[in-house]
Design a protein around this ligand. Structure first.
Ligand code: ATP
Ligand code: MG
Length: 320
């Protein structure tokens, strides 16, 4: 069946509302049946920046997109060995969706300015069209002036509501203990806190008159205030995951599984749309329970006849 598919590639370190708003705007504007988010396996080298392991970035994209039925996530670049090239990704998705499919590659004006430096831009332009979205600080006029006609002729210029958020800004904020709320979906915010992501992020050196990140502020009474991550960690005492979930499982069932440990604050089911494998995460509030005891208490649990594997919140081994 002929479909319109959007592809939204990115490092997503972490995914934020700017990505989601741009994808949704493109979906509505170009009548896309779905938008496939493709986290990069190995993003291009940037001095002073080593990306978060791909599995963590992938999980966050799944968490952020789960509530939109038109959004899905592909592991293609993560699972493909070697460097990730968009031209290969688009061709692979074309094989999957068929020759009748119209494929729109969605990217911000900042990213598309670099397109002449990508591998095989002509091959890419032959297998898809582009949706160039505006981004605060990068307007579309600049693109029109910078890109060659053969690329521009395949490009739809699309103004999207300006969302002045970037992943680098979120990494800096997380490292400084500043809130991420309302900048990225709540499950992503919780995932970052539960996995301690970005706490080691070294902020870029402050410019003239710049402020360096506070390492835990002090309140008026002189006591050290909890930084943001500590606050979230205190209220989310244990994050566990269970693997090997049956394909169809509801959040209510997962709550029952996790409530053997304590009060369940939130559960997430992550299903890999390509392999059909699912894992569930439970954010559980318990006082004075060691993580290992919680895991032991869960071990042997069955759900719909399937024995679950249980582990601490970090879902998979890091691959980098
Ligand atoms: P970083 O600060 O690490 O570069 P980023 O916020 O630019 O992160 P990327 O993962 O590099 O995020 O971007 C993926 C894609 O999403 C790119 O095409 C980028 O142009 C686009 N994009 C990112 N943020 C926005 C935004 N706020 N508005 C519109 N497009 C965006
Ligand atoms: Mg970027």
């Amino acid at each position: 069946m002929a479909q319109n598919i959007g592809i939204m590639g990115g490092t997503f370190d972490p995914i934020h509302l700017g990505h989601l708003a741009a994808a949704e705007e493109a979906r509505a504007r170009f009548h896309l049946d779905r938008v496939v988010f493709v986290p990069n396996g190995r993003p291009p080298h940037r001095p002073g920046y080593l990306p978060t392991p791909a599995e963590n970035r992938y999980d966050m994209v799944v968490l952020a997109t789960a509530s939109n039925p038109a959004f899905e996530v592909s592991r293609t670049e993560i699972d493909r060995p070697g460097l990730s090239y968009s031209a290969d990704t688009v061709e692979e998705l074309r094989r999957r969706f068929g020759p009748d499919t119209r494929i729109y590659f969605i990217a911000g004006a900042d990213a598309l300015l670099e397109i002449p430096t990508w591998r095989d831009p002509e091959r890419l332009a032959q297998s898809c069209e582009f949706v160039a979205v505006s981004r605060p600080g990068y307007d579309l006029t600049g693109l029109r002036e910078a890109l060659p006609p053969n690329l521009l002729s395949r490009m739809h210029m699309t103004e999207v509501p300006g969302v002045h958020i970037s992943s680098s800004q979120l990494r800096r904020r997380a490292a400084a203990g500043e809130p991420l709320r309302y900048l990225t979906p709540l499950p992503v915010e919780r995932y970052i806190a539960a996995h301690g992501l970005y706490s080691q992020y070294a902020p870029e050196p402050p410019g003239p008159g710049g402020l360096s990140a506070p390492a835990g502020r002090r309140g008026r009474d002189g006591r050290r205030n909890l930084n943001y991550e500590e606050e979230v960690r205190q209220s989310v005492a244990v994050t566990l995951y269970v693997g090997n979930l049956p394909w169809v499982v509801s959040e209510d069932e997962l709550v029952q599984v996790f409530s053997r440990i304590g009060e369940v604050r939130d559960v997430r089911i992550i299903t890999d749309t390509e392999t059909g494998r699912s894992r569930g995460f439970g954010f559980i509030e318990v006082e004075g329970v060691e993580l290992q005891d919680a895991i032991d208490a869960m071990s042997g649990t069955e759900l719909r006849g399937r024995r679950l594997t249980v582990g601490p919140g970090r879902p998979r081994s890091q691959r980098y």
